[in-house]
Write a protein that binds this ligand. Structure first.
Ligand code: SF4
Ligand code: SF4
Length: 409
């Protein structure tokens, strides 16, 4: 799955939908709005940009049971969560998504299945419709079979087109997510035309953000500044021409901004993620941070995890900040950016996000941008996301490759 799947615009839509369903929207910062259920890390695809943890193989044998997921849904709803994302890995590899959907409907969630489409059959989509699933977000990869199959390391091009038609036929809004990288950024116009031709209501052009597997493959995936600018211009032109028929959301890549994003809309403010093995996280990547213990739904109350656990309180608000963020007049806007990105690139989780031009580590981003102009770096072999490579990463292989991009101490 992709990080941009959780864009604010989608969250806003969820709030409105929930209001229409009679669900209270009087949430505050003391309650989560989103529960993201990463129900499995298993996946038939092997996307080079996947931002699941590179050590996900540790968590494929100890997935939560159906009963544990249902309890997590109930507990999160009690805390105030109104939006449920069912994600992975590929959630459809589990055969209990139908049960989870039915429970979500009963509890009043606005539910969103985030899928590659592999495993979506007529029978299952019918069951999801009857069970009350509100929304399906389908990932697409390119307009060419060659790039689709290369970047996912699977032959899924034809299947995705069939699944898109199936989603439309069942009366769901057609919501596409396309992760953008060096291999498909030159096809922006054709991707938008394809989306329009299959009747998409909404397309998210999610420029790759560099976490997990996409960080390992950063040199291979990262487009140049010129390519990003051109892609944005094409998107704007297309948007102006197509009017309001298809909503187009272009997610600006962090590395090409001079200010970071307010990561997850603030640590422990809106999002609560429960991972395949039950860990409760404020952000998908949070387990990369050192010296932190995250609670687990198997043995800890979800309310305590959200409100009182040291992990959720560690980076709430701004009292943890050091300079230059501490005295920065913009700190309310971005809360210093992303803790994981800060740690992965600087070795210090409390440093200003190096994306920020005020950060003393901003040169690391400038170097990455300069490196994107170097075809020799881009031509290095990709480390595809698969069990074998995950096992190797757990065993300490690829250290040199990773060290090349990370400024870890
Ligand atoms: S491998 Fe691809 S489809 Fe599977 S979880 Fe990762 S990004 Fe999603
Ligand atoms: S210095 Fe810190 S708070 Fe200020 S804009 Fe940069 S990241 Fe945000």
């Amino acid at each position: 799955m992709t990080q941009a799947s959780l864009g604010e615009s989608v969250a806003q839509k969820a709030i409105h939908a929930a209001q229409n369903n009679g669900v209270s929207s009087s949430f505050t910062r003391t309650q989560p709005l989103w529960l993201l259920a990463e129900v499995t890390y298993r996946c038939p695809l092997h996307c080079a940009f996947c931002y699941n943890p590179t050590d996900y193989d540790k968590h494929t044998q100890n997935e939560l049971t159906t009963a544990q997921w249902i309890q997590a849904l109930r507990d999160a709803r009690k805390l105030g969560a109104i939006q449920l994302g069912i994600s992975g890995g590929e959630p459809l590899l589990r055969d209990d998504i139908e049960d989870i959907v039915i429970e979500a409907k009963k509890l009043g969630y606005y539910s969103n299945l985030i899928t590659s489409g592999v495993g979506l059959t007529e029978k299952r989509i019918q069951a999801f419709k009857e069970g009350g699933l509100d929304h399906i977000q389908l990932s697409m990869h390119d307009i060419t079979e060659e790039i689709n199959n290369f970047i996912t390391h699977t032959k899924t091009f034809e299947l995705k087109k069939k699944v898109a038609a199936m989603i439309k036929d069942h009366g769901y809004p057609m919501v596409l997510n396309v992760v953008i990288h060096r291999y498909n950024i030159g096809h922006m116009k054709q991707i938008l035309e394809m989306a329009e031709a299959i009747g998409a209501d909404y397309i998210e052009l999610a420029n790759t953000q560099y976490y997990g597997w996409s960080l390992v493959n950063r040199s291979q995936l990262m487009p140049t500044k010129e390519q990003v600018d051109e892609a944005e211009a094409i998107t704007n032109e297309f948007r102006a021409k197509s009017g309001s028929k298809m909503k187009i959301f272009f997610v600006v890549p962090d590395y090409f901004s001079d200010r970071p994003k307010k990561c997850m809309n603030g640590w422990g403010e809106v999002f609560m993620i429960v991972t395949a093995n039950g860990d409760v996280l404020p952000c998908h990547s949070a387990r990369v941070l050192p010296n932190m213990q995250f609670p687990n739904v198997k043995d800890t109350d979800l309310g305590w995890s959200w409100k009182d656990s040291p992990a959720f309180n560690q980076y709430r608000g701004d009292s943890w900040m050091k300079e230059p963020c501490r005295s920065c007049e913009e700190k309310e806007k971005d809360l210093g950016g992303c803790r994981c990105q800060s740690f992965l690139l600087t070795g210090d989780a409390e440093a200003a996000d190096p994306v920020c031009s005020k950060s003393p580590h901003h040169h690391l981003i400038q170097k990455a941008i300069a490196d994107s102009e170097n075809p020799a770096l881009a031509a290095q072999p990709i480390v595809f996301r698969n069990d074998k490579n995950s096992k190797k990463i757990i065993a300490g292989e690829f250290k040199e490759l990773v060290a090349e991009f990370h400024a870890l101490p």
